[in-house]
Design a protein. Structure first.
Length: 322
């Protein structure tokens, strides 16, 4: 499907971190963009500059309810879901509902409209992996009843339902398994490592590393992720596809890097590692290279510098009450 064929696109969760970046990219591609978001973890500030755009519209709406869109629709990007480890304990039922009911409603709308649906899945489908890097064929090591299980299983169920609608109803689908992504418009109190490290370091607080900090993540700058998602949306590949960086780094190294970048005097302190926290996380991107000609371009250092500038401004705004 040619890029120009996506004339009208719905983004669920479009006021979130990744969703808002996707909205900007879609507008740059001359798509008309509709956003449904209940603002549970999304933020209107993320899309404030888009509200006056003639091809952008926003509706405050919970996508676990019946979805209706007047007129044609070419694509649905289903990105609605809390995604932070802090949310796993704070919003467990909401995560399960949007992964199941929300995905069901989005797929039903795609079926009705004959739209292509791209579902945002996650590297969390692999759980605490016993294989590294993780290929899409790896079935995972997930604890369904652990604290993280609400997110892991919601996304695994969403993948299963997406493929069921494809096989049974012929719905045109794509699935992106997103690995750790960072950049501007992350929530300050997100609970994920990079926002935590920046916020603590900029405030001069102790920087918290869980366990001994040897666990690794592959961190991808959001612009690279969005490029991969856009290419996947327009591709012919059906089935889960990893999109993530090869820039694997330990949590202790990442904390030290961010403390240095902030010029902070913060101490790094260690706390107990949460249950089921993955020890390694790195994507095998063979499929993305082959089918999308994609790999991350922005270095970790460059991405962290851009993200540092964002957090400096965001914290000043928070403290001034802006």
């Amino acid at each position: 499907m040619a890029a120009r064929s996506f004339k009208r696109v719905l983004v669920t969760g479009g006021a979130g971190f990744i969703g808002s970046h996707l909205c900007r990219r879609l507008l740059e591609e001359d798509c008309e963009v509709l956003v449904f978001d209940n603002l549970l973890t999304g933020n209107m500030a993320n899309i404030a500059e888009l509200l006056g755009h003639p091809k952008f519209s926003f509706r405050h709406y919970d996508v676990t309810n019946y979805l209706y869109v007047d007129g044609p629709l070419d694509a649905i990007l289903h990105f609605a879901s809390p995604a932070s480890p802090a949310d796993f304990e704070r919003l467990p039922i909401e995560i399960l509902k949007v992964g199941s009911l929300g995905t069901h409603k989005a797929l039903g709308l795609a079926k009705e409209k004959g739209a292509r649906l791209l579902m945002a899945s996650t590297s969390e489908c692999y759980g605490d992996p016993q294989v590294s890097p993780q290929p899409e064929t790896y079935l995972g090591n997930v604890n369904p009843v652990g604290i993280r299980g609400v997110y892991d299983e919601a996304k695994r169920f969403a993948e299963a339902m997406t493929m069921a609608y494809h096989r049974h109803h012929g719905v045109d689908v794509r699935i992106v398994r997103i690995f750790n992504t960072f950049g501007p418009r992350m929530q300050i109190d997100d609970g994920r490592a990079i926002p935590n490290f920046f916020t603590q370091a900029l405030r001069g607080d102790d920087v918290t590393v869980y366990g001994d900090g040897s666990q690794t993540r592959s961190i991808c700058y959001v612009d690279d992720l969005v490029e991969g998602i856009w290419r996947l949306l327009g591709s012919d590949y059906i089935g889960p596809m990893n999109i993530g960086s090869q820039a694997e780094i330990s949590m202790l190294q990442l904390a030290e890097k961010i403390v240095g970048l902030c010029g902070s005097q913060s101490r790094i302190v260690h706390k107990e590692l949460p249950a089921d926290d993955p020890k390694v996380r790195r994507p095998d991107i063979t499929l993305a290279r082959k089918h999308l000609d994609w790999e991350a371009k922005v270095s970790a250092d460059e991405g962290l510098q851009r993200t540092h500038e964002y957090f400096v401004g965001a914290l000043k705004a928070r403290e001034s009450g802006a």
